[in-house]
Ligand binder design. Structure first.
Ligand code: GTP
Ligand code: MG
Length: 240
C-alpha cells in the first residue's frame, strides 16, 4: 500500500535528517511529507536539501510561521491525499515515536482497521525518559478524555497514528479548528463517531532527547476546553 509519513517540524534540526534516513530505509518504502513552520533553526532549508537528495520521496511544505500542529497535520493530509496515498502516518520528529513500528501500523490497516494508534497505554506499551509528573499528567488526561467522550482507544492524545485514506477523505477537516493535543482528541472522537474501526499497537514512547518542547501549559488547558466542548456536543446529541 502506497504509504506517506507526515512529520510536522518546528526547530528539529538535530532530529530530522536522522529520522528521514530511517524512514526511507523502511521496507514499506514510504514517501515523506515534512511540514515546517519557518523554523528559526533552519529545519526548513535542511528539509529542502534532503528532498533534493531523494527525488520523488520527500515533499516539504513551508508555512510562513508557527501556525500549530493541527493545521500542520491538515496541510500534510491534503498533500498526501492529492498525491494518491492509500495510508497516511503522522509522527513527531523528536524520536518519541519509534519509526520501526510503522510497518506494524500499516499492516493493521491491511487487516481492516481505519485508524491505528501507536499506543503507550495498551499491554506492551510504555513510556521511558519522562518525569513522573509528566507521566501522571498524560495518564490522567487520557483517562479523563476517554471517560467523558466514551472513547474506546486507550492513548487518546498520541500523535503517532496511521489512517486509511478513506477516513481522511471523509472527515470535515476544515471544521476541526482545535490545534495540538486538542486536534488529536477531536479527530479521534470524530473518527469513532463515524463508526470507523480503530486499533492500537503498543509502542515504547521515548521522551525527546534533542531540541526543546513546543507544547505549552496553555495547550494543555485548551485540551481541557476541547474535551468539555465535545462532551457537551455528545450530551446534546444523546438527547436528540
Ligand atoms: N509545523 C509545526 N510543527 C510543530 C508545531 N508545534 C510542534 N511541532 C512539531 O510537532 C511534533 C510534536 O511537538 P513536541 O514539541 O515534540 O511536543 P510534545 O511531544 O508534546 O512535547 P516534547 O516531546 O516534550 O517536546 C514535533 O515534531 C514538533 O517539531 C507547529 O506549530 N508547527
Ligand atoms: Mg515530542
Amino acid at each position: 500500500m502506497e504509504t506517506t509519513v507526515i512529520v510536522p517540524t518546528y526547530d528539529e534540526r538535530e532530529n530530522i535528517e536522522r529520522l528521514v534516513a530511517l524512514l526511507l530505509e523502511l521496507p514499506i518504502e514510504p514517501r515523506v511529507i515534512i511540514v515546517d513552520d519557518n523554523s528559526p533553526d533552519g529545519t526548513g532549508e535542511l528539509a529542502e536539501r534532503l528532498a533534493g537528495e531523494h527525488p520523488g520521496r520527500i515533499t516539504v511544505i513551508h508555512r510562513e510561521g508557527k501556525l500549530g500542529l493541527g493545521t500542520a497535520y491538515i496541510a500534510g493530509f491534503r498533500q498526501a491525499l492529492a498525491d494518491g496515498s492509500e495510508v497516511i502516518v503522522t509522527m513527531d520528529a523528536d524520536f518519541s515515536h519509534p519509526p520501526e513500528v510503522i510497518p506494524a501500523l500499516v499492516a493493521k490497516i491491511g487487516e481492516g482497521y481505519a485508524l491505528v494508534i501507536g499506543s503507550r497505554y495498551v499491554a506492551g506499551g510504555r513510556t521511558v525518559g519522562c518525569t513522573l509528573d509528566r507521566q501522571a499528567l498524560s495518564w490522567g488526561a487520557n483517562a479523563f478524555t476517554r471517560i467523558l467522550l466514551g472513547l474506546q482507544a486507550h492513548d487518546t492524545t498520541a500523535g503517532f497514528r496511521c489512517y486509511r485514506r478513506e477516513v481522511l477523505a471523509s472527515m470535515p477537516l476544515e471544521e476541526i479548528f482545535s490545534n495540538g493535543y486538542s486536534f488529536l482528541i477531536e479527530m479521534l472522537y470524530k473518527v469513532q463517531q463515524r463508526g470507523w474501526r480503530i486499533g492500537e499497537v503498543p509502542i515504547t514512547f521515548e521522551n525527546r532527547r534533542e531540541g526543546v518542547s513546543k507544547i505549552s501549559r496553555n495547550e494543555i488547558t485548551r485540551a481541557f476546553y476541547t474535551v468539555a466542548r465535545l462532551t457537551w456536543e455528545r450530551l446534546r446529541g444523546a438527547r436528540q
